[in-house]
Design a protein around this ligand. Sequence first.
Ligand code: NAP
Ligand code: MG
Length: 432
Amino acid sequence: MSGFRNVRKVPAVLRHTEYYDMPQGEMKMEKIRMKTPLVEMDGDEMTRIIWKMIKEDLLLPFIDLKTEYYDLGLPCRDETDDRITMEAAEATRRLGVAVKCATITPNAARVEEYHLHGLYKSPNATIRAALDGTVFRAPILVNGIEPYVRTWKKPIVMARHAYGDVYKNTEYRVEGPGKAELVFTDAEGRETRRTIHSFEGPGIVQGIHNTDASIEGFARACFSFALSQKMDLWFSTKDTISKTYDGNFKQIFQELYDKEYKEQFEKAGLEYFYTLIDDAVARVIRSEGGFVWALKNYDGDVMSDMMATSFGSLAMMTSVLVSPDGIYEYEAAHGTVQRHYYKHLRGEKTSTNSVATIFAWSGALRKRGELDETPELCRFADCLEEAAIETIESGQMTGDLALITTLENVETLDTESFILAVRDRLVRKLEA
Ligand code: NAP
Ligand code: MG
């Protein structure tokens, strides 16, 4: 490919439109074609600014980009009483691959700031529920940004079950002596009772649940994701203590593996490995990485923040939501970087890291390319990721990385200069 170097300004992104196609106009080169549109979910604050830059500088000049656009920015969610989020989830179900910008989850302060009509749910929670998806988080490894754990050479992908347990609990403060019981009433009205504890003084009680259907969906997403990434799968719970509850997780995973996945894993030379969570944490630290680590909801919540930090930076963590039937939604793991946005609004230069958002796009484009059998699109995704990584490895990076890099002669770039530096490398790669 050649001739991209001539391309400079491209029209601004259209808002509130369903489809748009870039005019070929002055392009000398044919742009890479897409067969099926991606679902594009725009977002808020600094990541919305980055989103537009990525499209204008890194995508539209090279790809005949087809997207079905949904504006999940808070003003539009408010205008549509959050229907736009459900519509985006439905579109994802229909088209199979989506890419999402970070969005604000409103709290009281945001209701005031944006004069909202309601306290809308987190868009991620809405989409996750609509797709019954599992979230996989993977670090982007770069020479010069070293993991705190010296043995880690390859990424460790975290898979967190996103339903139930303590996130849907019923809890109770006990004020004095008495008996706490678990009571289950079946459809015929028959009761099963277990004593939780006979209290002699004040204390606390908690009831939690999960369902076989949700656990099986989680297991299915983990097995198919591990296969698609050609990575081993580890799963860990505390089934020695919680023999029925955590034991149920372990059993569902094992049965599904034996029944549906064992053959495929063996054929691919991959391993499914169950171990107790205490054993797992010790092994993870000693490992060189290169596997998917599946965890229950709370374990995954806590461990994924620890892993993100241990790998170097939250700004270098990608996230993909996978449904049991193989629908994919890609995004960055970080939020809307509010503090940088206010700086941007004051007209000050920002140095916000766009790498995880770039990888959300490359992940979605590559998946679309695989499904549509358009290898040029997959190659573009590879080139884009390589260009981003090599830019950092050459010493050009944003401020967050400059603070932690082991490289010398670092050039700290502002938000847009970093994206333009990636573009220069991308152009050279595409022309090669
Ligand atoms: P955040 O946006 O992840 O940012 C927290 C801090 O981490 C930033 O202030 C910045 O530190 C650093 N950081 C994160 N991403 C960075 C990047 N790409 N480049 C450079 N530095 C980066 O979290 P937050 O400020 O707590 O949340 C802001 C909003 O995001 C909230 O409204 C929340 O609801 C939303 N959120 C959305 C998602 C999602 O859509 N997936 C996820 C999480 C949070 P410094 O300020 O020290 O530079
Ligand atoms: Mg957390």
